[in-house]
Design a protein around this ligand. Structure first.
Ligand SMILES: Nc1ncnc2c1ncn2[C@@H]1O[C@H](COP(=O)(O)OP(=O)(O)OP(=O)(O)O)[C@@H](O)[C@H]1O
Length: 272
């Protein structure tokens, strides 16, 4: 990656995400219960858990797209409920299947990326200066979609779409990057390409704090520093990868006996 699109946040807040005693309740259901979680600017987190564990709900809170029912959520030094979320959201990059569905299939891929600077999906009447256009060009180069910038988003492969979305999420130079299942739907080559690009991004000292949600330990990019395991809306374990990602903790999280192996920074899991 060239340096011109690498974010630079020398004087960021102490914590990027700070959750204390957070519950999210809908009707009688606890989507999250008693979550305490802190993300610092230089950390790269993976959030793992089975279907319905509350991973997307956690990410929605971290993206300022949802408020907690109880407890406190502080993002980039601001407390949810006491800040204008429309000022906060441009400082946070997010990719998710729900966001991808909002992108018009006919939208030019280059416009999907550059329009993130205005927090809109696709170009309308905004004017982009040379700085916006060159930043978008560098990001599209870095994420391997420069050659397809002219193509309608709807014609891209799943892997190309995922990479274009990450380029878009990085466009406003966010202080926090949230990736909700970026590996979903990718073939083996696409997954390996994504893992390696995310690993490169994780290695940049000036890159934003990163939180990646996945079901699969195989998708954890080398260089990710921390892991949070969720089950039934509750945190099973959270902290540095070496201490948290164990066969025991993973077995408890997914509710079946698992063997976990780590080779060259990559994890694999299988039933014991
Ligand atoms: N508005 C709602 N009312 C009631 N239950 C809800 C609501 N929204 C989500 N849920 C439930 O909360 C739980 C957590 O959902 P969430 O999408 O956060 O889980 P997840 O870990 O991201 O799941 P997946 O891996 O399948 O995407 C699920 O059981 C879901 O059905």
């Amino acid at each position: 990656m060239s340096s011109s699109a690498v974010p630079d946040h020398p004087a960021g807040p102490d914590s990027v995400v700070e959750m204390q005693g957070v519950d999210v309740v809908r009707g009688q259901t606890h989507l999250l219960r008693g979550v305490d979680w802190t993300v610092l600017p230089d950390q790269r987190w993976v959030v793992l858990g089975p279907n319905g564990a509350g991973k997307t709900t956690l990410l929605q809170l971290a993206a300022a797209h949802m408020h907690p029912t109880r407890g406190e959520v502080r993002l980039l030094g601001e407390t949810l409920g006491a800040v204008d979320v429309f000022e906060l959201r441009p400082r946070i990059g997010l990719t998710s299947a729900a966001l991808a569905q909002r992108i018009e299939p006919g939208e030019r891929t280059g416009d999907v990326v550059v329009s993130a600077g205005y927090a809109v999906v696709g170009r309308w009447r905004e004017r982009y200066d040379i700085h916006d256009l060159s930043r978008a060009a560098v990001l599209m180069q870095q994420w391997g979609v420069a050659g397809i910038a002219h193509r309608p988003f709807g014609t891209l492969s799943e892997g190309e779409r995922k990479r274009a979305q990450i380029a878009r999420a990085l466009m406003p130079d966010p202080e926090l990057l949230l990736l909700d299942e970026p590996g979903a739907g990718l073939d083996l080559g696409g997954r390996e390409d994504l893992v390696s690009r995310l690993s490169d991004l994780a290695a940049y000292a000036c890159a934003p704090a990163q939180v990646l949600v996945t079901h699969h330990v195989e998708e954890i990019p080398p260089g990710y520093t921390h892991a949070l395991l969720l089950r039934g809306g509750e945190v099973v374990a959270a902290g540095p990868v070496d201490g948290v990602l164990t066969a025991e903790a993973l077995s408890e999280t997914f509710g079946l006996p698992l063997a976990l192996e780590r080779t060259d920074g990559r994890f694999t899991a299988r039933r014991r």
